[in-house]
Design a protein around this ligand. Structure first.
Ligand code: ASP
Length: 302
């Protein structure tokens, strides 16, 4: 059973913890997990063999922060939160983001597991991508909300982690963390650290986060598009579906390009959509934790 950070974070959350603490903590657990090959410590390197991570956090259009292409700090969301709370800026990148983290008391951490190193060496020698089961089309997203849910397992491996939450006071937050596409061109940054692309949160309306081929998500400002659809009156399933439809309409995805989106409306209802099978989301609530597929993520469940 894989519950990401939900199991650890839940007791504090229901005892009155804030949504922003919850989304950060859930991401931290995955960022530390060496078995997750697309986030933090376990993430697969770029073409040069360096693991670089991207992430962001958002509470509202006035409270948001992101980091991209960090090489020495696996907790992208924690550094992004420092950007949000202790700088005047939205996004820091590269070595300067690592230096910012150091200056703000976040110590550097080892970034590449032995397994990730071996997969990179294999890819470099024969071009082979990670085996089935580590494929980018198998993804999981995680969501925390206080209203309902039940326990379930994530049978597929993790991909970019995107986490959304509403706390007891009704405050929303979201966070997103990734090591990006495996063996990416050095310097490549996807949707995950970009507000409106990999994540968007607007209090009173809702929140959305995305995973999959970042170039496709960014092409339609995916998470912003989903929240705008909520504002227009769509339910969360329709809002998530709109992102997938728009990508299919305008961005010419390849047949095996995965994109998935989860949406949390301000009333606690949820929805999700994915281009391809295999995507799972984990929903936690007062009833427990539940693993869902997009077709089960009923917007009316809240
Ligand atoms: N969206 C991430 C990126 O493009 C990767 C992923 O979710 O698999 O960097």
């Amino acid at each position: 059973m894989a519950l990401g950070g939900h199991e650890q974070v839940w007791p504090q959350f229901v005892a009155g913890g804030s949504s922003v603490d919850a989304v950060e903590e859930v991401c931290r657990v995955t960022e530390d997990d060496p078995s997750v090959d697309s986030v933090g410590y376990g993430g697969l390197p770029d073409a040069d063999g360096d693991v670089t991570v991207d992430g962001c956090i958002m509470c509202s259009p006035k409270r948001l922060g992101g980091v991209a292409a960090m090489r020495h700090h696996r907790h992208a969301v924690t550094v992004a939160r420092r950007v949000m709370e202790q700088s005047k800026h939205l996004l820091l990148v590269g070595e300067a983001a690592d230096e910012f983290a150091e200056r703000h008391g976040i110590e550097a951490t080892p970034m590449c597991t032995e397994k990730a190193r071996q997969l990179w060496e294999q890819w470099r020698s024969d071009g082979s991508m990670p085996p089935q089961g580590m494929d980018r089309s198998l993804q999981s997203h995680q969501q925390v909300r206080p209203i309902q849910g039940s326990e379930g397992e994530v049978e597929c491996p993790h991909d970019t982690i995107g986490t959304l939450a509403i706390d007891c006071s009704g405050s929303m937050a979201g966070a997103c963390s990734t090591s990006g596409m495996p063996f990416k061109t050095p310097g490549r940054v996807g949707d995950s650290p970009i507000i409106g692309h990999g994540l968007y949160v607007e209090p009173g309306v809702g929140a959305a986060t995305a995973t999959g081929v970042g170039e496709l998500v960014s092409a339609v400002c995916g998470s912003f598009l989903a929240v705008e659809a909520l504002r227009e009156g769509c339910n969360p399933i329709e809002a998530a579906g709109r992102v997938i439809e728009r990508i299919d309409e305008v961005a010419s995805p390849a047949a095996d390009d995965q994109v998935a989106v989860i949406v949390l409306a301000a009333d606690g209802s949820i929805g999700s959509a994915a281009r391809l099978p295999g995507f799972r989301l984990l929903v936690s609530s007062e009833q427990g934790h539940q693993c869902m597929s997009p077709d089960l993520g009923e917007g009316g469940a809240g």
